[in-house]
Design a protein around this ligand. Structure first.
Ligand code: BGC
Length: 349
C-alpha cells in the first residue's frame, strides 16, 4: 500500500516534470524566430563601416553618433550591420581579455540601434593577424567569441544576430574555416541557444566559394555573401586594393542588358545553392566606391538591391558615411541618389 502510494506519487511528479520540460521546449521553439523569418525581417540595412572596425574608432574618420541610428531608421532601413575589430582591443595572451571599455562602446551602439527599432548584425571584422596565420590565432579567435557570446547573450534573439567572421580570406582555407566555424558555433550555442548566427564562405564571402561551405546541422543559421562585381567598377581608385585600381577609374555601369544578366546569373547561383541546402541568404555587403560616377553608383546600387530582393536575399549596403557613404557627414545630408536606390519609398522626396 505504502509503496503503491509512493509509485503513484513518483509517476505523477515525473509525468508533471516531463510535461513541463516538453512544454518549455515547445514554448522556446515556438518563440524563436526561424532563420527564414529572421532574414525577411532584416530587409534592407546598412553597414556602419569604418567605425568600430578601424584599428581604433575614429582612426578611419568615423565615430558613431547616436543621431546616425535615428537617421538610418528614419530613412527607412530596417537593420544595421555592425563591423567590429575585437582583435585590436583584446589581450595577446590567454585569456585574451577584451577591453571592457570597448565592449561597453559596442553595447552602446547596439542599444542605439535597438532604441531606434533597428535589428543588428554584430560581427568580427579585420582580425588581420588571424587571416595571415590562422593556426596561430585559432585559440584567440575562439576566446574572443567566448567573451562576445557571453557579453551579449541577453540581447533579444529576435533583434540581434552574431556573424562569426567577415570575409574569411587570405590563408583561411575552406577546410579550416568549416572546422573552426563549427567549433565557434558549438561554443556560442552554449549560451545563445536560439540566436541567429551568420556565416559566409571563404574568398571574401564570394558566391563562387559557396560550394566549399559545409555547415553543422543547426537550423538557426543565415548564410552571407558579399557582392562587388564587376570589381573594376566598384573598386575603381580604391587605395586599399592596390595601385592598379587607378587604371580602372572611369569605369561606368549603365545597367545594360548584359550587366543585368551577369548580376542575375551570379545571384541565381547563390539561390540555387540556398535552395539545395535550405539556407536563407543575407547579402551582407554591396556597393560602389565614391571614385565611380554617381549615376553609375546609383544605378548599380538599385539593381543589386532589387535583384537581391527578387532572389529572396536580405541585404546591407556598404556603408553609411565613409568612402562608399550613402550619407555625407560633413554636410549632414543623405546622398539622395544612393539613398533612393536603397529605399524606394523615399524616391521623389
Ligand atoms: C572591408 C572594407 C572595404 C569593403 C569594400 C569590407 O569588407 O571591411 O574595409 O572597404 O569591404 O572593399
Amino acid at each position: 500500500m505504502h509503496s503503491t502510494n509512493f509509485m503513484a506519487k513518483f509517476c505523477f511528479v515525473t509525468g508533471f516534470l516531463l510535461v513541463m520540460t516538453i512544454g518549455q521546449g515547445y514554448l522556446q521553439t515556438a518563440l524563436a524566430v526561424t532563420a527564414i523569418q529572421y532574414n525577411q525581417n532584416l530587409g534592407t540595412g546598412i553597414n556602419l563601416g569604418n567605425a568600430l572596425d578601424a584599428p581604433k574608432e575614429g582612426e578611419w574618420g568615423v565615430t558613431l553618433e547616436a543621431d546616425y541610428f535615428r537617421l538610418i531608421k528614419e530613412a527607412g532601413f530596417s537593420h544595421v550591420r555592425l563591423p567590429v575589430r575585437w582583435s585590436s582591443h583584446a589581450g595577446l595572451q590567454a585569456p585574451y581579455r577584451i577591453d571592457p571599455v570597448f565592449t561597453e562602446r559596442v553595447r552602446w551602439a547596439i542599444k542605439q540601434a535597438r532604441q531606434n527599432n533597428l535589428r543588428v548584425v554584430l560581427n568580427m571584422h579585420h582580425y588581420e593577424e588571424f587571416e595571415v596565420d590562422p593556426d596561430a590565432h585559432r585559440e584567440r579567435f575562439l576566446a574572443l567569441w567566448k567573451q562576445i557570446s557571453e557579453e551579449f547573450k541577453n540581447e533579444s534573439i529576435d533583434q540581434v544576430a552574431f556573424e562569426i567572421y567577415n570575409e574569411p580570406a587570405k590563408k583561411i582555407r575552406a577546410a579550416f574555416w568549416n572546422q573552426l566555424f563549427a567549433e565557434a558555433l558549438a561554443m556560442v550555442r552554449k549560451n545563445n541557444r536560439d540566436r541567429i548566427i551568420v556565416v559566409g564562405p571563404v574568398q571574401w564571402n564570394s558566391v563562387t566559394a559557396l560550394d566549399t561551405l559545409q555547415l553543422p546541422d543547426d537550423k538557426n543559421l543565415l548564410v552571407t555573401i558579399h557582392y562587388y562585381e564587376p570589381f573594376h567598377f566598384t573598386h575603381q581608385g580604391a587605395e586599399w586594393v592596390g595601385a592598379e585600381s587607378k587604371n580602372w577609374l572611369g569605369t561606368t555601369w549603365s545597367g545594360s542588358a548584359e550587366q543585368i544578366a551577369a548580376l542575375k546569373s551570379d545571384f541565381d547561383k547563390a539561390q540555387k545553392w540556398a535552395d539545395a541546402h535550405q539556407r536563407p541568404i543575407y547579402l551582407g555587403e554591396f556597393g560602389a566606391y565614391s571614385k565611380a560616377d554617381m549615376p553609375s553608383r546609383a544605378k548599380y546600387t538599385q539593381a543589386v538591391r532589387e535583384n537581391a530582393a527578387q532572389h529572396g536575399f536580405s541585404a546591407a549596403y556598404w556603408e553609411f558615411c565613409s568612402g562608399f557613404g550613402a550619407y555625407n557627414p560633413v554636410i549632414h545630408s543623405w546622398r539622395k541618389a544612393i539613398r533612393d536606390a536603397l529605399i524606394p519609398t523615399k524616391a521623389g522626396h
